[in-house]
Every structure is written in C-alpha cells, then in structure tokens.
Design a binder for this molecule. Structure first.
Ligand code: 3PG
Length: 211
C-alpha cells in the first residue's frame, strides 16, 4: 500500500475539476510533464469516475486519486475506477474507516483539534488542512502542531505559487494542494502547455526548498 508521503512526494497535489472525461488524459500528461506525478480528480462533476478510470488505464505513471469524496459510495466508485488515494474536504469517520479498511491512503480535511482527534483515533497521520488560507494558514498549523506533534499536513485552499514557499519551509508540511497550476479555465481552453509550465514552477520551488 502506498503511503500519503509517497503519493505527495513531488510536493504538490493538484486539485483537478474536469467537466469531460476527454480532458483527463491530456491533463494528466501535462501535469506529469511538469513533474507532478499525483493528481486528485474531484467528485464535483459527473465526469469524475470516468476520468479517474481513463487516467488509471492510460497514464500508469500518474498516481491518480479521488477528491471531494464525501461518502462511502464515492470511496467505492473511486476505487472501482482505479483511484489510488482518497481526499476529502472534511472528516467523516465512515469514509476514513472504509479507506483504511481497504488499504487506501486517505487524506481527510481538518481545521480543528476535535477533527484531528477523531482522525487520530482512526489512524490518520497526515491531514489535509482545508481551507488553509481562510482558517489561519501556517499560523494555525504551527498552533495545531503543539498538541499534535505526531501529525503532518497538506494545506489546500488559497495556496499558490506566491505563498507555497512559506509552507514548504515548515517540516510539518508534507506537500501543498491546490488548483493554481490546473484551473478549470486552463483545462477548458486546452492550455496544457500552461499547466505544464505552472506545474514545473511549483515542483521546482518544492525541490529548491526541500532539496
Ligand atoms: C478546492 O477545494 O477547490 C481546493 O482545495 C483548491 O483550492 P484552491 O482553488 O484555492 O487552490
């Protein structure tokens, strides 16, 4: 089984919203060309399951996961399509427990100590901190790291090329998540060169800081 750290090793987990399955493979290839080898395809559109299946089948170098997973049925749909990890905007005990039971890395969203305590009880060690910038960013992560020194975070929401460096400098950060390198507009316009360019800048920044 992959660990969350292995999934997020390139430092950036793109949050991808696709309106059409046709966009999935070129988007995955554009991210890969920019050094990003894991992507979260969100269950916010009806194209999510089919898109995950296409990437899983056609772009084996890409670790494809499912995002915006809010119930157990979506966990099953995601895994059936070939998802290798599960991301959730919040913490749902059933979603976490099901992913754990099925040996799939799961990144549940948290912003409060109570949510962290619930996740800890279920065995989570790396949490998505969402929406990061709205809920205090690095300052909040530092405060939460006091009582919870054993956990690490993937801050997502409002993170971008301009503020990612501050997160990368903190050892409690495994990686950051975000959509700035693969916005809906870029995908809709077929701007795959732009996706590669922004992905390359993001992964270069991570390597520059983490070595
Ligand atoms: C989201 O839910 O849209 C993601 O967390 C991405 O946030 P961002 O668009 O601010 O990067």
């Amino acid at each position: 089984m992959l660990t969350v750290e292995q999934v997020a090793a390139c430092g950036v987990v793109p949050v991808v919203v696709l309106d059409s399955e046709e966009q999935a493979v070129p988007t995955a290839r554009a991210l890969l060309a920019g050094g990003i080898n894991a992507m979260e395809i969100t269950f916010r559109t009806s194209a999510a399951k089919g898109s995950i299946a296409r990437v899983a089948a056609e772009v084996p170098e890409m670790i494809v996961g499912a995002g915006t997973v809010v119930n157990v049925d979506q966990v099953h749909d995601a895994l059936e399509a070939g998802a290798k990890f599960i991301v959730s905007p919040g913490s749902d005990a059933e979603v976490i427990a099901e992913a754990m039971k099925l040996n799939v890395p799961v990144m549940p969203g948290v912003v409060t100590p109570s949510e962290i305590m619930m996740g800890l009880k279920l065995g989570v060690k790396v949490f998505k901190f969402f929406p990061a910038e709205t809920f205090g960013g690095l300052k909040a992560i530092k405060a939460l790291s006091g009582p919870f020194p054993q956990i690490r975070f993937i801050p997502t929401g409002g993170v971008n090329q301009n503020n990612a460096a501050e997160y990368f400098k903190n050892p409690k950060i495994v990686a950051v998540g975000g959509s700035w390198m693969v916005t809906k507009d870029m995908v809709a316009a077929g701007d795959f060169a732009g996706i590669t360019e922004k992905s390359a800048a993001a992964t270069a920044l991570f390597r520059e800081i983490r070595g």
